[in-house]
Each structure stands twice: as C-alpha cells, then as structure tokens.
Design a protein around this ligand. Structure first.
Ligand SMILES: [Zn+2]
Length: 189
C-alpha cells in the first residue's frame, strides 16, 4: 500500500464526514499495512526531494478516513524544540484514540489550521483544548497507552481525532469573527 496526493480524499467527500469504525487490537495484518503506509506518508512528506518525486504534500498528521479507510487510525509526527533548543521528533501511530479528559482552557494556532483534505484556505482561529489526556492503542509499541499532551502536540492530536468523527477544522471557525480569540485562549505562534 502506498499513499500519495492522489490517495487523499478531498472535502466535500462524504467519507470525511462519516464516523470511523473502531479497530481490533493488536492490529490485523490489513490495518498494520494501512498504518505503516500512513506513517511513511507523513514522514516522507517532510523530505523535500521525496515530497516532490512522490507527490506528497507536507503533513504533521494523517487520519485513515483521509485515505478512504473509515477506521479509527491516526498518525502524528511533529518536531518539538525544548528549552535548550534541542529538537526532537515525536511520533504517534494510534488506534481507537479517545480524549478522556481536557483542560478548561483553549489554545489556537496564530496562523489558523490547514488540512490535506481541505484545499481551500479557511482562515481563522480554531479553538482547541490547551491540554488533553488521550487513551489509545499505541501501534508502534503495541500496547494501550495514555498520552498527556499540551500546546501544539495537543492541537495536532485533536485535529486528527476529529477526522475519526467526521469533523473538519473549519467547523470551529467563527464565521462572524474568525480572528476573535475566546477567553482563556493561548495563541501559539
Ligand atoms: Zn486534517
């Protein structure tokens, strides 16, 4: 299985609005192939040469419904920089992820959000929970885990989990005042 730009469903495809089915864990052979292909896409999409050659648009995450597989599988790969300026890669490949708790506060990306499946620019703040606790099956280490995430990582995880529930980022944008931040919102540059 190989994913490139031609495999990505584009809004308004109805599958992007469907609820994805839970998967059995540990993953079946078929589901393992799906998640491996998703990890490869997200990883390779950040490599400029590969992205051009293989027709990949850069992504920090991907959800299975975006490639036409209506199952609860997501992948996230982001680079974070700690206080010492050291960068490290955080990668998750998750099955059946669920938000089990969240902070009462919000965060939003200063530039708004984008999505591989949404070609049109949809400017405006997308309010997310600042902190989330997620229960999921970790498909890299093959175990049930609980993830505590905040800030950018929490935003990306919430964006991908939303795909499993048929929600797209622009659903959250206030049509009247797209750049009006709610109270208790941290704007992330
Ligand atoms: Zn998306």
């Amino acid at each position: 299985m190989k994913i490139n730009l031609d495999s990505i469903l584009i809004d308004p495809h109805p599958l992007l609005r469907a609820k994805a089915q839970p998967v059995t864990t540990p993953l079946s052979k078929v589901d393992q192939k799906v998640i491996m292909a998703m990890r490869k896409y997200v990883h390779d999409s950040k490599n400029e040469d590969l992205a051009e050659k293989e027709k990949l648009r850069p992504a920090v995450g991907l959800a299975a419904p975006q490639i036409g597989v209506s199952k609860q599988l997501i992948v996230v790969e982001i680079e974070t920089i700690d206080e010492q300026g050291e960068s490290s890669l955080i990668e998750y490949a998750l099955a059946n992820p669920k938000i089990i708790a969240h902070s009462p506060f919000y965060s939003a990306l200063a530039t708004g959000e984008g999505c591989l499946s949404v070609l049109e620019a949809k400017p405006g703040y997308v309010h997310r929970y600042l902190r989330v606790r997620i229960d999921a099956y970790d498909c890299i280490n093959n175990q049930q885990i609980e993830i505590k995430a905040s800030g950018y990582l929490a935003i990306v995880l919430q964006h991908e989990i939303d795909h499993l529930n048929g929600i797209l980022f622009y659903d959250y944008i206030d049509q009247e005042n797209p750049w009006l931040a709610k109270e208790n919102t941290t704007i992330i540059e």
